[in-house]
Design a protein around this ligand. Structure first.
Ligand code: 5GP
Ligand code: ZN
Length: 122
């Protein structure tokens, strides 16, 4: 898997060069359905900026990361899977590097929700 922007799958998805089922987009972020969903709701939230991994983030990326997680919470509400008490809620996952199970080297957060069992990431 390439770490280079020019061959990056998620840059191509963000640029609309590869189709995806988008659930949200703005100037800074794109969110789309995972092609191989592990749960009933499985959305990936990515910055348009090519940042390979969370390990590449420092203080400069703190505002972007903050907005990214606020967007996760907003999309969870809009998709009807937010935590509203009782047994509701969702999981947010950021895999980092081979040791973390990262397959696509463009920073992304997984938003997972729905009835168990999940296919993976459960
Ligand atoms: P990672 O393992 O890097 O955290 O997660 C990458 C995710 O991207 C996987 O869950 C995988 O199913 C998803 N994925 C890989 N290729 C594509 C694609 O072309 N389109 C979409 N929508 N998701 C993809
Ligand atoms: Zn990229």
């Amino acid at each position: 898997m390439s770490h280079d922007r020019s061959t990056c799958l998620f840059c191509k998805i963000a640029d609309g060069l590869i189709p995806s089922t988008r659930v949200y987009e703005d100037d800074e972020f794109v969110a789309f359905r995972d092609i191989r969903p592990a749960a009933q709701t499985h959305v990936l939230i990515i910055p348009r900026e090519h940042i390979p991994t969370l390990a590449d983030c420092g203080e400069n990326e703190a505002p972007l990361l903050g907005r990214m997680f606020v967007l996760v919470a907003r999309l969870a509400r809009e998709l009807g899977v937010s935590y509203t008490g009782g047994e509701t809620g969702y999981r947010t996952v950021v895999n980092t590097g081979p040791g973390g199970g990262q397959e696509v080297y463009h920073l992304h957060a997984h938003l997972l929700a729905g009835p168990r069992p999940w296919q993976r990431m459960g």
